[in-house]
Design a protein around this ligand. Structure first.
Ligand code: SF4
Length: 352
């Protein structure tokens, strides 16, 4: 199946029937459940098990675990992002909150300026009320289509607290949870009815490579369990009448050189264990950023032949919904977080 057929299949399948315009977290706010969830998540910061690393440190008292993050959210950039998938960015952009730090340490991370910033210089620690005001800014001033939390896995309690603060200020946009996939199922359960769109990566099919390239133990089982939980909560992608994501799961897969992402195995798992209808976003933009050039297999961009093989696999598996990023100048997708409020110069994902 060609790229354009994938795009057409998506638009034919989805509709907006039965999906309320008001995001479900509003009802949770009025019932008191949103407050209960924030408090339950915050209590877990005293012996942190918010992500699969389960460091057990007391972040409420300033202790830091693997993610080097404390009680307050670290925010690197808040901006309107026009380079996400078309159902996320739409015409007016996605209201993106880039959290600082990360619970992975990918040697090739394109966001390493903020995700692996040992100096802490590029992110600002702010309280959840200030973050809530930034969400309102994205909604009311920049008129974004949604709030898109990038790298939220280590800040789930702070995310929920900020939404709790933002609802009485008028927040009404759907929330997108945009993660590496290295998420705790227990934490994700607390997001049911809060997050409308899950946008996780599925990076590896091999724990050995996940450990070597991202420093993550048991990435495969954790990411697969997380994706199954996300799918249980929101199901297949449902755009509204404007073609914007109202609800659902989109799984991103970055193809790595030399087959290191285990594309065939991961995509087969998605088709067989999640759904053949699941929406996928296949990415060709790998670039040897950060420390990647120290690993010979990762010291180059993707070959056209490698990418063509993955597209053929998608075709053979019958995965019909989503996008395939075109091959292009991979370095044009690199963000620069020194450019305040505008880290991207070009869209990161094009409709196939
Ligand atoms: S969120 Fe941070 S401190 Fe908590 S378990 Fe994960 S890496 Fe450790």
């Amino acid at each position: 199946m060609g790229d354009r057929e994938m795009e057409r299949a998506l638009s034919e399948q989805c509709g907006s029937k039965g999906i309320p315009m008001e995001p479900p977290y509003i009802a949770l706010y009025h019932s008191g459940e949103l407050k209960r969830r924030a408090e339950a998540l915050e209590a877990r910061l005293s012996s942190c098990d918010i992500c699969p690393r389960e460091c057990g440190v007391n972040r409420l008292e300033g202790e830091r675990g693997f993610c080097r993050s404390g009680r307050l959210p670290l925010v690197a950039t808040v901006c309107s992002h026009h380079g996400e998938e078309p159902v996320i960015s739409g015409r007016r952009g996605s209201g993106t909150v880039f959290f600082g730090n990360c619970n992975l340490r990918c040697v090739y991370c394109q966001n390493h300026q903020i995700s692996q910033d040992r100096t802490g210089r590029r992110s600002v620690e702010m309280d959840c009320h200030a973050l809530a005001e930034r969400l309102i800014y994205l909604q009311d001033e920049l008129r974004c289509h949604n709030i898109n939390f990038v790298s939220p896995s280590h800040f789930v309690p702070q995310l929920v607290r900020a939404v709790l603060e933002a609802v009485p200020m008028g927040l009404r946009l759907p929330l997108v949870y945009n993660s590496s996939g290295y998420d705790s199922v227990r934490s994700l359960r607390e997001l049911e009815g809060i997050v409308s769109v899950y946008l996780p990566d599925l990076r590896y099919a091999s724990d050995r490579w996940a450990w070597r390239l991202s420093g993550a133990k048991r990435y495969v089982s954790h990411a697969r369990a997380a994706i199954l939980e996300m799918y249980r909560q929101v199901g297949n992608l449902v755009p509204d009448e404007e073609g914007l994501a109202r609800k659902g799961l989109i799984v991103r897969h970055l193809v790595l050189p030399d087959g290191l992402a285990g594309s065939e195995e991961s995509l087969a798992w998605l088709a067989n264990e999640v759904s053949q209808q699941v929406t996928v976003s296949i990415m060709s933009q790998y670039y040897p950023a950060n420390r990647a050039s120290r690993i010979p297999a990762l010291a180059r961009t993707l070959r056209g032949s490698e990418y063509a093989e993955v597209i053929e696999i998608i075709d053979n598996l019958g995965l019909e919904n989503g996008w395939i990023q075109e091959m292009g100048a991979a370095d044009s997708y690199l963000p620069d977080f020194e450019r305040e409020g505008a880290p991207f110069t070009s869209p990161t994902v094009n409709p196939a």
